[in-house]
Structures are given as structure tokens and as C-alpha cells.
Design a protein around this ligand. Sequence first.
Ligand code: NDP
Length: 483
Amino acid sequence: ARADIGVVGLAVMGRNLARNLARHGHVVALHNRTRARVGELVERYGDEGEFVAAEDAASFVAALKRPRRVVVMVKAGTGTDAAIEELLPHLEEGDIVVDGGNAHFEDTRRRERDLRERGLHFVGTGVSGGEEGALLGPSIMPGGSRESYDALGPILESIAVDVDGTPCCTYVGPDGAGHFVKMVHNGIEYADMQLIGEAYDLLRQGLGMEPSDLAKVFAEWNEGDLESFLIETTATVLAKVDAATGSPLVDVVVDQAEQKGTGRWTVQTALELGVPVTGIAEAVFARSLSGAADQRRAVRDAGSLPGPSGSLSPQEAEGFVDDVRSALYASKVVAYAQGFDMIAAGSEHYGWGIDKGAMATIWRGGCIIRARFLDRIREAYDRDPHLASLLLDDYFAGAVADAQDAWRRVVVAAVRLGVPAPGFSSALAYYDALRRDRLPAALLQGLRDFFGAHTYARVDREGIYHVLWSEDGSEVRQDAEAG
Ligand code: NDP
């Protein structure tokens, strides 16, 4: 046996990961359900490194040094289960199976449990960066046992992208932790893109700017605090002119956003955990609304839902670009704060012990949300690993405080213009709710006690209370201490 690692599944992601591994000096065994893909890879890229083309699962496993390290990179779901089933009879105690596909973390927990019972390590791993990242350096988020990371980590770190001398790969936590973190990463990506979309829409509707001018605005923003892959890409997409029509590309693309499901998973899981990831939820719903083509057409055709006739005053218009930039930054801080709250909640619930600062560190390169901003998040968690909210860190608190007047002006302008800005406005509502001394939840508790005898706690003394609403209206104590 001479291969350091094996890759099963040689579609675009697996092929590029295998090439990346070989380019870094690892001997890579190859296996794919359709065997032709193995030969194609070796034929086209064989000179990039050392590959072992396996005949079948048995010879693939036999080609691997022990403990065997196998990366499964196949279609998530039944594909992953099928690929694992095929390998199992040939693997031995202590071997490591890595799933680099986009699995739901609950599936990863199940697979980890099953393989652990057979004495194998299962490493559910988030891989971000798409096909280019897989080849040139992804951000890698491996879960599973610590022990497996000792054997696997150095190889994964060698192929991950490097930022300031630090690889964007680190041990995340047991069983489903890696895929959970990747899921939240994708959720944050949804929120970030929604906010960018709103900023574009507000500037275009509010100021009547053309996409080519807006491209310059985003390019300029990319020089400051907002510097990120997504802002840079926004400038590129807005500047693109459609060859067939001569129109801006953004004007010929159908305005219905698609989704593969990780944003939805994030929100579903957040609902279970009770974490208010409002930015991600608004982003998922905004995509759903955009996709409701028949309904949108019916409303447009009916012409019966009027909008406002307001426009920006010359004075408002003058500072609007800067205001929108500030609103975008503040809303983005909220979206990331919520995402990190979700990581904290998942880590707590499942006992993963995830280091949030380390997650910010490995997202600085390779992935879609890579940004200068993530350095700030890492610094915040370096200052205080137990930070109750990113919004409490001095830097972010200051940034949001500086932005808040502009943020409020932009939300008011959006309402006056009739431009939907659910991301901006829900982020502001979250911020206001978080900082409020008292919330109307007190009234809700009163209502719940009235119609369901759900009881309430008091601000001034211990205990659980209920009002005898349909009797004499007196208050009674209901907990064990009562009476
Ligand atoms: P696909 O998701 O298109 O999957 C194709 C691969 O899966 C092929 O190798 C195929 O084999 C194999 N496969 C499918 N069903 C089975 C089965 N029942 N048994 C064995 N093998 C099977 O490939 P991608 O490269 O796009 O993605 C691979 C994984 O990486 C997926 O989980 C994806 O979600 C994830 N991912 C993808 C990213 C991307 O940008 N594309 C980014 C990050 C993660 P065959 O050749 O025989 O058909």
C-alpha cells in the first residue's frame, strides 16, 4: 500500500480535491462508481502528482496506507450512504472515512454513530469554495473524533487555502459539528447576499443609478470595511453587459432566486434551537417570494396594490450612498452576530465545544463569505471567547453605533420609497429589541396567562404566578414554594 489518501467520487469537486492533494505531494488513490472517470482523471491530470487508479473498491482500499484515509465526495444523501456501504467490507478498525459532501449534520451524526460502532472514524467535513476552491485551496471544516484529526488534519491543512500563514482548516468538534458549521456558513452567505441585493435595489430605485455606476460604488466599498469576495463580485456582476442585447446583464436575468437548501436547513435548525437568525430567515423567505412567479404576476396584472409616490429629497439623496453603505455594514454585523449565536447554541446543545474565533479564522479564505470583516470577528473572540453577542464587542458596538443614524434613515427611506428591505429592517428591529430595557413580551405573557393559564414570572419576587381571571382576579402563586 502506498497511497496517503483516497478519493471516492470524481465529479467536479472530488476530481479537484484529488488534484489538489496530488499537487501537494500526497499519493492519491482514486475510485468512482462509473470507472471511466478514474481513467479520465489520470489521463488529463496524471502529470500533476502521483495517482493510483483503482479497479474497484477492494483494490482502492488495499492501495491505502493505514490508518486508511478515504475522502467521499459524492452526491449528498443516498449517494453518500451507497459509497460508504461499498467501502465498509474492506475497511478495518481505526480507518477514517471523510464525507466532504454537503450533508445535513443530523445525517452526519447518524453515520458517525454507525461507523463508530464498527470501530471506524467518520469525519463529516464542510468544504467551502466551490470547484475552484477545491482545486486551489478551500476552507475546510472537519468534525469527528480528535484522534482522527491527528491523522487527517496535516493532510487537510496542506491543501486548504492559507491566509497570513494560517491554513483555513481546523478541527471543529465531534460528530456533526463540521457540517453544522458549514450549514451556518451557508446561511450567513444567504443573509449577506440578501443585504447586498437590498443595497443595490435601494440605490437604484432611490437615486436612479445605472448598474454600471453602481458597479463603481461597490468597487469603492470594496476598498473599505466592507471588503469581501461578495462585494467584489457584486461590482463584477453589475458591470457585466449582456452581449446579445447590450443591456446590463442584471436586467436580462430572471429575478427569481434559486436555493439548494442549506439556507432552509439553517433556519429549520435555528427554529429547533430557538435562535433568532432573523437575517438568514428573511433571506430564505425573500428568495421564496422572488420564486413565487405566478403570484407576483397576478398581483402585477391586477394592479390593485398601490405603492407610495414618495421620492428622496435632494438633501437625502446627497448622502444616500454613504447611508446605504453604513446600513449594509450594520445589518451585516447583525447577521454575522446571529450566525455566531447559532454556532454557540448548536455547540452547547450537542456538546461540541466549538471555538467561534477559530471558525472566523478558517472562513477568512477559500469560502464565499471570506472578508476583511472576519479578522475583526476573530479579534473579538480573541479578546473574549465567551462574548455573549458580537454586538457587545467594543469594535462592533462602536461600528454599529456610528452607523445607526444612517441605518434608520435608510429603513425610513425604504418604507417611503416602497422598496422592500426586509434584511435591513429586520436587522434594525433585532438590534432595537436586543438593547431594549423592557420588551412587550410581558404583555404576551399576560395574554397567555389569560387564555391558557400559562403563568408568568414577576420582576419583583421569585415564583411562578397566575391570575384567577374568571374568578375574583386575584393572583396566586403556582410553583412548588406556593403556600
Ligand atoms: P455531484 O453532487 O454531482 O455528485 C456526482 C458524484 O457522485 C459522481 O462521482 C457520482 O458517481 C457520485 N454518485 C452519485 N450517486 C452515487 C451512488 N449512489 N453511489 C456512488 N456514487 C454516486 O458532484 P459534485 O462534485 O458537484 O459534488 C460532490 C459533493 O460535494 C456533493 O455532496 C456536493 O453537495 C458537495 N459540494 C459541492 C460543491 C460545488 O460547488 N459543486 C461545493 C461544496 C460541496 P458517477 O460518476 O458514477 O455518477
